[in-house]
Design a protein around this ligand. Structure first.
Ligand code: GLN
Ligand code: ZN
Length: 776
């Protein structure tokens, strides 16, 4: 056992820290710069001040190696593109004339030039900018940002460890550049990319870096033998460099699996593994390779993406096992703390009892430092922390918030029958046709209408006490009246109330369900300068009173046409929240589903015949590893069905998802058993309609004919053309006409014009159908 003595000096570290500052100073400075109100120098100064404050804070909290290079003006994957010289041709001029403006042009686009595509960073809610590569891509090292930030931290007398996105993950996250064939595999560029990484590593070494961290989260996903080979080649190559810093390859978000032996064999100096949810699998895999003799193991014990206090005793026991498995064991968060808010102490409105259960970035840092101290100086040196931690955990476990016997009893008693509609689709469809009497190709929208300044002002006025509840209700009703009258005038068939009362499709429901907590300052970066404040799903979920019935019924009272009720589905309610970690996700989803089920039934009882339950997050929550997907999809689809199956056969259930690539979940979409699904399709020219048809999807669908992501107004002919394309795949009795997604980010003028054209297109194509129908 070489480990024990050497490892008895565990050190604390993190891979990244929230970038925005206590009061979102970075967001303000960047947005100010975009508006011309903040100079580039002032922006750089703000950024440098924030970095310095973070490093000092980390060092004072007992973090031994502070991360550098994790800071970003927009996104760390875009920073990596800059570091390796990957600038799309269309942005070259902008980047050459001003590096900072060119950087923001790549991130956000300009009037004439499209930005890089943005997509989710693994299964988090952080979005990165997708590198565009092709066979012609030439890399060139630009280590300036990395070296400069390293030096800044060094100048503070700290031990900085630069953090880079690793070369394999970088290539695996890339996509073929526009104009390059879709079958181009960016990984073929590895041999061209490695010398550039070698150069950056040499520059960091020259600047004085002892260790450099290369993040390879892509290795926790299922990888082909070719991809594993690429990883082996990459780290054999980088490891063989002579004058280089020590290399720490970091993995997180899941178990490393078959990539663990690859990295264990590679000539790298350290490996970081996730010991939160993946603890058992990673422990087994470590034991199977005989540990990491001669290497440093960084143990991600503190969950970097949830907000719960760590179970320190459990972490210590895992550490106890790890000490014998490597030369040196250090303690870290499982991933960058970028994914959690800064500090719990800012939350003055939370019950102090509950605050103790929580740990944001600052509290997680303290946990990491305490764990490292326990190893180095003995458990008794953290006796006070352990006692407080034990008390917090038991307060959480025994709280009436986390254990509501009525909710638990009901969830435990759910029967299979409750998760199925009472009649098969064909019978329901007939009943719905008779009940709703809709024309062929019925027109509808996805739910929200433009969120006007009046609506936002009303909400702000209510919060500030400038108007009372009654005054607020009156303003919302006015808005609903306008939306309903517009839809009637325009000739839409299934109306919506427009969702003016909702700040956000998850937050609105979270605020009304018992078991959810809201934060005041719990901001986390979603992308660029966009920060979100996810609610905390902390306890057992119940619905103290109706959530939406008042608004939907009011809207219905204004029209003879059906008004569609609008709810956010159970999977999305979990996906866009911080979820509890003390029970399986499926159990939490079932509780949310039961609360929604009551709402659905109550909507129906109040005269609502069409109810839409949105699940835009169904696909993004898909586990990273294929082996975990069937289990996820089983509880996810069951939760959806549980929330929607309490209604009569003649009540029509809709669902909505806003993406076009759903090939890997088309069976799950079918398993939702919704009567109607609306999807994004305008940009891909109805590709989803063909995919649904190929799958044999048996129910009704509304592939979007209006791309709501831009203010552009589609012409009637354009929408009609898309409809005709849709009819090539879906028969007229099952095809709906709708936009791609909700309209809340659009302005009224383009919304009006677009929906008028959409209705005109439906009429045109209906007529074509009758003419050809009678002619044949
Ligand atoms: N009903 C929601 C809306 O229209 C759906 C939003 C979404 O799919 N993200 O805004
Ligand atoms: Zn959508």
């Amino acid at each position: 056992m070489t480990g024990r003595t050497a490892a008895a000096a565990a050190r604390a570290t993190v891979y990244g820290y929230p970038r925005q500052g206590q009061n979102r100073e970075l967001k303000k400075a960047i947005e100010g710069y975009w508006k011309g109100r903040v100079t580039a120098d002032a922006l750089r100064t703000t950024a440098a001040d924030l970095r310095r404050a973070n490093w000092r804070e980390l060092a004072e909290a007992g973090i031994h190696e502070v991360p550098t290079g994790d800071f970003s003006y927009y996104d760390h994957v875009l920073d990596t593109s800059v570091m390796v010289g990957v600038v799309p041709d269309r942005h070259r001029v902008a980047v050459a004339s001003d590096a900072l403006d060119g950087y923001f042009a790549m991130a956000r686009g300009t009037q004439d030039v499209a930005p890089l595509e943005m997509t989710k960073w693994f299964d988090t809610n952080y979005h990165y900018l997708v590198p565009e590569l092709g066979p012609e891509t030439m890399f060139a090292a630009d280590s300036r940002k990395q070296v400069a930030e390293f030096r800044e931290a060094l100048a503070l007398g700290l031990t900085p460890r630069p953090v880079l996105v690793g070369p394999v993950t970088y290539l695996l996250l890339a996509k073929p550049a526009p104009g390059v064939g879709g079958d181009f595999d960016p990984l073929t560029l590895l041999d061209r990319l490695l010398p550039v990484y070698a150069e950056v590593l040499a520059d960091l070494r020259a600047a004085g870096a002892e260790w450099v961290q290369l993040d390879e989260p892509a290795l926790v996903q299922d990888r082909t033998p070719a991809e594993l080979n690429a990883a082996a080649r990459a780290y054999r190559g980088l490891g063989a460099l002579t004058d280089r810093p020590k290399l720490l390859v970091a993995t997180y978000f899941d178990r490393l699996g078959e990539a663990l032996p690859v990295l264990a064999k590679a000539p790298v100096d350290g490996i970081a593994l996730d010991f939160t949810e993946a603890a058992a699998a990673n422990l087994d895999a470590l034991a199977a390779v005989g540990g990491l003799p001669g290497k440093r193991l960084v143990a991600g014990l503190v969950n970097g993406r949830n907000i719960w206090a760590n179970d320190l005793e459990k972490s210590l026991s895992i550490l106890g096992i790890l000490l014998g498995l490597a030369d040196r064991v250090d303690v870290a968060a499982s991933c960058s703390l970028l994914h959690v808010p800064l500090t719990v102490t800012a939350e003055r409105d939370l019950d102090p009892q509950i605050t103790r259960w929580l740990a944001f970035a600052r509290q997680k840092t303290a946990e990491i430092a305490a764990l490292a101290r326990a190893i180095t100086r003995g458990t008794d040196t953290i006796a006070a922390e352990l006692a407080a931690n034990r008390a917090a955990l038991s307060s959480r476990a025994g709280s009436s918030l986390t254990r509501d016997p009525a909710v638990r009893a009901r969830a435990a008693a759910v029967t299979e029958a409750e998760t199925r509609r009472s009649q098969p689709y064909a019978e329901r469809a007939a009943a719905q046709r008779a009940h709703l009497r809709l024309p062929l190709l019925p027109t509808t929208t996805i739910g929200s209408f433009p969120q006007t300044t009046e609506v936002r002002t009303a909400r702000a006025d209510l919060r500030a006490g400038r108007i009372d509840e009654a005054g607020y209700e009156e303003r919302i009703r006015n808005e609903i009246r306008e939306v309903i009258s517009f839809q009637e005038k325009t000739g839409l068939d299934v109306l919506v109330h427009g969702e003016p009362e909702r700040n956000d499709m998850v937050q609105y429901f979270a605020e009304r369900l018992t078991g959810y907590l809201a934060t005041q300052h719990g901001w986390v970066q979603s992308y660029g300068t966009r920060y979100v404040r996810p609610p905390i799903l902390a306890g057992d979920i119940s619905r103290p009173e109706p959530l939406t019935v008042r608004w939907t019924s009011y809207a219905q009272s204004l029209s003879d046409r059906p008004v569609k009720g609008m709810l956010t589905g159970p999977v999305t309610m979990l996906a866009w929240s911080f979820v509890r970690d003390d029970q399986p996700l499926g159990e939490t989803a079932r509780q949310v589903a039961l609360a929604l089920r009551d709402e659905v039934v109550e909507l129906e009882a109040n005269g609502t015949s069409v109810i839409q339950v949105d699940e835009p997050a169904l696909r993004e929550t898909l586990p990273l590893r294929a082996a975990d997907r069937p289990g996820y999809l089983a509880w996810a689809t069951e939760a959806f069905r549980l929330s929607t199956s309490g209604v009569r056969p003649d009540t029509q259930i809709h669902t909505h998802m806003c993406y076009a690539e759903f090939g890997d979940i088309v069976q799950a979409i079918d398993d939702l058993d919704a009567d109607v699904i609306s999807l994004e399709a305008a940009r891909s020219h109805m590709q989803v309609a063909r995919e649904l048809a190929a799958h044999g999807y048996p129910r009704e669908a509304g592939p979007g004919v209006y791309d709501i992501h831009s203010p552009r107004v589609p012409s009637t002919e354009e929408a009609a053309e898309l409809l005709r394309a849709g009819l090539g795949a879906i028969p007229p009795e099952r095809l709906w006409v709708n936009p791609d997604c909700g309209l809340k980010t659009r302005g009224w003028p383009e919304t009006k014009a677009s929906l008028e054209n959409l209705v005109a297109a439906a009429r045109t194509v209906r007529e074509e159908l009758t003419t050809t129908g009678s002619g044949s």
